[in-house]
Design a protein around this ligand. Structure first.
Ligand code: C5P
Length: 223
């Protein structure tokens, strides 16, 4: 039996990660956070002194780090060369650098291959969250969702997530999100985009349980 593939795309602050993890738990499917893979690649580039403003320099070493993603939605793990990088990849340094690294075609080719292989080895099914899953990575996905939310709602959600030294005002967070969106949507290599056959869900006025219910219903309707 072939695994059920669920693609959940959209910009950050739309509830993508919380929704994807919860849907995977409810359905018994695996979970893959593809943003974490781009963040892990970026963490390695920064740690190895690679000039991330130089796409050729990034491309030249993109095959060096060994990135391994766990697919348990209760405890998603990510390692680079055996080191657990779950925490450092959420820091500001990586967040500010990741769009430049993820725009490099060689980086995308390597990580896309990794994602396809993980999806192909899923058992019952897998929920894959990202920016280009429904359009490029897994265009044959059984269910495709594109999550959106208003810029103000997204900024408020992101600010609430950031703590301690990473904390910033809602206005600064909204500006940083807008910069990352523009870079992710404007790049040449598989930009953030809604697939023609994806179901768009605007989460601005919905609670997390409502969004989860909506996605689970779409998965069940599909079977
Ligand atoms: O989802 P998250 O905010 O962790 O993603 C971090 C970054 O990784 C995005 O801003 C984008 O540059 C990149 N990304 C991507 N394609 C994906 C997932 C993430 O380019 N499928």
């Amino acid at each position: 039996e072939t695994p059920v593939i669920v693609a959940i795309d959209g910009p950050s602050g739309t509830g993508k990660s919380s929704t994807s993890k919860a849907v995977a738990e409810r359905t018994g499917f695996g979970y893959l956070d593809t943003g974490a893979q781009y963040r892990a690649m970026t963490w390695w580039m920064l740690g190895n002194g690679v000039d991330i403003a130089d796409p050729a320099a990034v491309a030249a070493v993109a095959d060096k780090p060994v990135i391994v993603s766990g697919t348990d939605p209760m405890a998603p793990t990510i390692t680079v060369d055996g080191t657990d990088v779950s925490l450092p990849i959420r820091g500001r340094a990586v967040t500010e650098a990741v769009s430049a690294v993820s725009a490099v075609p060689e980086v995308r080719a390597l990580i896309t291959e990794l994602q396809r292989s993980i999806a192909a080895h899923a058992e019952a099914g897998i929920v894959v969250e990202g920016r280009d899953i429904g359009t490029t990575v897994l265009p044959g996905a059984d269910v495709k969702i594109f999550l959106t939310a208003s810029p103000a709602v997204r900024a408020a959600r992101r600010s609430a997530e950031l703590t301690g030294q990473e904390a910033a005002g809602v206005a600064a967070t909204q500006a940083a999100l807008a910069r990352r969106d523009a870079a992710d949507s404007g790049r040449k290599a598989s930009p953030l985009a809604k697939a023609d056959d994806a179901v768009e869900v605007d989460t601005s006025e919905l609670t997390l349980p409502q969004v989860i219910e909506c996605v689970v219903t779409l998965i069940e309707a599909r079977k």
